[in-house]
Design a protein around this ligand. Structure first.
Ligand code: SF4
Length: 398
């Protein structure tokens, strides 16, 4: 058993290795293996695993990659992540990748898939549409066909047959992965001082670039350590961060929020790793349909899902209530349409429900957080000052 600090350092290195060293090693260890890169926010990694491929998340270069060529591909008034992904691609960071999946979230990601196609990067490019109809016979079947399409691409490289048994095994591994990440969040809900948000971020993100079997071993050890009563409680308020599901804030900003007096007890950073709530049936005779229904019935609220019958503002309010949070921080990447279009919906509802919030925008490469830190600090102080008069949180969908 490794020490917690060793595990965190290991995860930190893995999480921000823009050379994707572990993925490349894994591929070279055995002939017939493949790497599939996927963009935020969600990709059913189980299908890649069952097809003998390693799914690797591509979150952009953050504040670790200078953009020189990437700016030429996009106009100035869009978010930053596609430019840094292009920069990574042009500089050969994805040379070992066999194909790419661009999950449907916005026009920017759709256009990025077209640029990859034009640049001939990878042997396949798949734009993955998510179902927006939630009945099994329509949305369920559609999504299953989308997954079959990706499996076809992958197996033409790996030459591996994807059986129901292999898919169920992969589903089981990812169920365990999600369970342990959930456990970490449950511990943080009650004892957020045991593991700070920066460390949680490294731990979850490491899992997006290494085999799930290895990540599960890391998580088992982390879960063991945080059952102990470690760390010292501090006088901080509890908040939920929402809106940062695609372009990721720099770690310095994630850290600054907690340093400014907040414990982040839930968030949507790297939402894909926590997109499915609960376990997916791992014993089905039709595991692709099980995955499909997992997405349809068990997805977290998200800007990528048309949720007219299950509005996201009530779902976020429920998270706030269940986590015992004092407020919400809406953190959106600059020019992120999905996040910024959702923000007024959340904020109007929260004004009525009496849930406190603040909002700011960031870019993945900003490294000056003074203004945001002051804003978050003032938010935290205002909650403490008026904590005797808590806002009424009613989360009923009326
Ligand atoms: S940050 Fe927002 S606008 Fe940019 S690619 Fe991601 S979802 Fe689309």
């Amino acid at each position: 058993m490794k020490k917690l600090s060793e595990l965190i350092n290991e995860c930190k290195e893995l999480a921000f290795d823009l050379s994707y060293t572990r993925a490349k090693q894994w591929k070279e260890e055995k002939p017939g293996r493949a790497i599939v890169g996927y963009m935020p926010i969600y990709f059913p990694r189980e299908i890649a695993h069952a097809a003998g491929a390693l799914p690797v998340a591509i979150f952009g270069g953050g504040d670790r990659k200078q953009i020189i060529k990437g700016d030429a591909y996009y106009q100035s008034y869009i978010c930053h992540i596609p430019r840094s992904i292009i920069e990574l691609a042009l500089d050969g960071h994805f040379k070992s990748f066999d194909g790419f999946v661009f999950p449907s979230i916005c026009d920017v990601i759709r256009n990025l898939s077209g640029i990859f196609r034009q640049l001939n990067i990878g042997s396949f490019i798949k734009y993955l549409d998510f179902p927006q109809n939630f009945s099994k016979d329509i949305g369920g079947v559609f999504y299953k066909q989308e997954m079959e399409h990706i499996i076809h691409y992958l197996t033409s490289i790996t030459k591996k047959e994807v059986t129901a048994e292999a898919l169920n095994h992969s589903i089981d591994l990812y169920n365990k992965n999600r369970e342990m990440i959930d456990f970490i969040y449950k511990i943080r809900q009650d004892f957020p001082w045991r593991l700070n948000m920066e460390d949680v971020y490294y731990i979850v993100r490491a899992g997006t670039v290494i085999p799930v079997e290895e990540h599960n071993k890391l998580l088992e050890q982390v879960c063991y350590h945080i059952k102990e009563n470690i760390g010292t409680p501090q006088d901080k308020v509890k908040v939920v961060v929402s809106g940062a599901f695609c372009e990721q804030p720099a770690v310095g900003l994630i850290k600054a929020i907690e340093e400014a007096g907040c414990y982040v007890v839930d968030d949507d950073y790297q939402l894909g790793s926590r997109m499915i709530i609960g376990n997916i049936d791992a014993q089905s005779s039709d595991p692709l349909m099980a995955l499909s229904m997992g997405f349809i019935k068990q997805s977290q609220y998200s800007s990528s899902i048309y949720d007219v019958s299950n509005p996201k503002e009530y779902r976020l309010a429920k998270i706030v209530k269940d986590r015992g949070a004092d407020g919400v921080i809406f953190a959106s990447a600059s020019f992120c349409d999905p996040s910024l279009l959702d923000a007024p919906i959340f904020q109007n509802a929260f004004n009525k429900m009496g849930i406190r919030y603040i909002a700011f925008q960031y870019s993945e490469n900003i490294n000056q957080y003074k203004v945001i830190k002051e804003q978050v600090g003032a938010f935290s102080d205002s909650i403490k000052l008026w904590e005797d008069e808590p806002a009424t949180v009613q989360v009923t969908n009326k």
